[in-house]
Design a protein around this ligand. Structure first.
Ligand code: GUN
Length: 281
């Protein structure tokens, strides 16, 4: 089998178009969705992501509030800024780009964001609601992964799903979302024994380990849907967590890197922000 490509650029463009239309609809109410993005320090990958988020914001017709703080920023100073953004009625969504410099505890900062403005879906209130199956702001990357799986038209009901990686940002939340769609979910991680045995059972495989080409063709079931969340910077360019060329021979659907999950994350961030501004979340 040769896999069909789940093109995140095309799918995210249609979502962004819909978000733009929603922004137009809010105008008569005097509402302009506002997203505040906070970048602390000089992490090169974070700078790229933040730049992409700002560009996406502006092209969707949002108000963009970008705060670039030096790497020497204290936790107190950052908490003060978060407090200001919490109180600012023009700001509907707040995103503090991770990772943060070592003197700042990310959990403390995330918990300081008003859950209603937590468009990253990282606040323990939103994470807890996701666990409990309650309506909440869902984290952007897992939400983008689910949207890509939906695009295949394949139902998750009763299917075997395997997730590689158990991060709070991707692995754990995407596992819960797959479970909510009635998949049977296996979460694999660095201590999992015989990982290939788990992955080979998967009808849907989500790779989010951060190890270049970790998932090889031998680990993939014929006809599986393979979603690659990995972004690994190698000398030859960006590669995912999946050995793309070989796995594409076996999978029924596969996401490219770049151009798969990445653009979906940004589209979902815009979607979350416009939903908050419209009072839907
Ligand atoms: N760092 C890597 N991914 C993300 C993300 O989705 N949100 C934030 N805030 N930081 C990140």
């Amino acid at each position: 089998m040769s896999a069909r490509i789940l093109d995140g650029k095309v799918i995210s463009a249609s979502i962004r178009e819909r978000v733009r239309a929603e922004v137009e609809q809010l105008k008569p109410r005097g509402v302009v969705p506002g997203l505040a993005v906070v970048l602390v320090g000089e992490n090169p990958a974070s700078k790229v992501y933040v730049g992409q988020k700002e560009k996406a914001c502006l092209s969707a017709g949002f108000a963009s509030f970008l705060h670039k703080l030096p790497a020497s920023t204290s936790q107190e100073e950052l908490l003060e800024l978060v407090g200001d953004l919490n109180r600012d009625p023009a700001v509907h969504g707040i995103l503090v780009q991770l990772p943060l410099p070592p003197q700042i505890d990310p959990d403390t900062v995330i918990s300081a964001i008003r859950p209603e403005k937590d468009v990253d879906g990282f606040h323990p209130i939103n994470a807890g609601k996701l666990l409990a199956g309650l309506p909440c702001i869902e984290p952007c990357t897992p939400k983008g992964v689910m949207r890509l799986i939906e695009e295949t038209g394949i139902s998750l009901e009763g299917k075997e799903a395997a997730v590689v990686g158990r991060s709070n940002i991707v692995g754990k939340p995407v596992s819960l979302m797959l479970l909510a769609k009635n998949a049977t979910v296996t979460v694999c991680h660095s201590r999992t024994k015989d990982i290939a045995d788990h992955l080979r059972r998967a009808d849907v495989l989500v790779a989010a380990v951060g190890r270049p080409r970790f998932v090889t063709a031998e680990m993939v079931k014929e006809g599986a849907v393979v979603i690659d969340v990995g972004i690994n910077r190698l000398e030859g360019g960006l590669v995912g967590d999946v050995d793309y060329d070989a796995v594409a021979e076996k999978a029924s659907w596969i996401t490219p890197v770049p151009g798969g999950v990445g653009p979906m994350t940004i589209a979902m961030l815009l979607q979350n922000t416009v939903d908050v501004a419209a009072g839907r979340l």
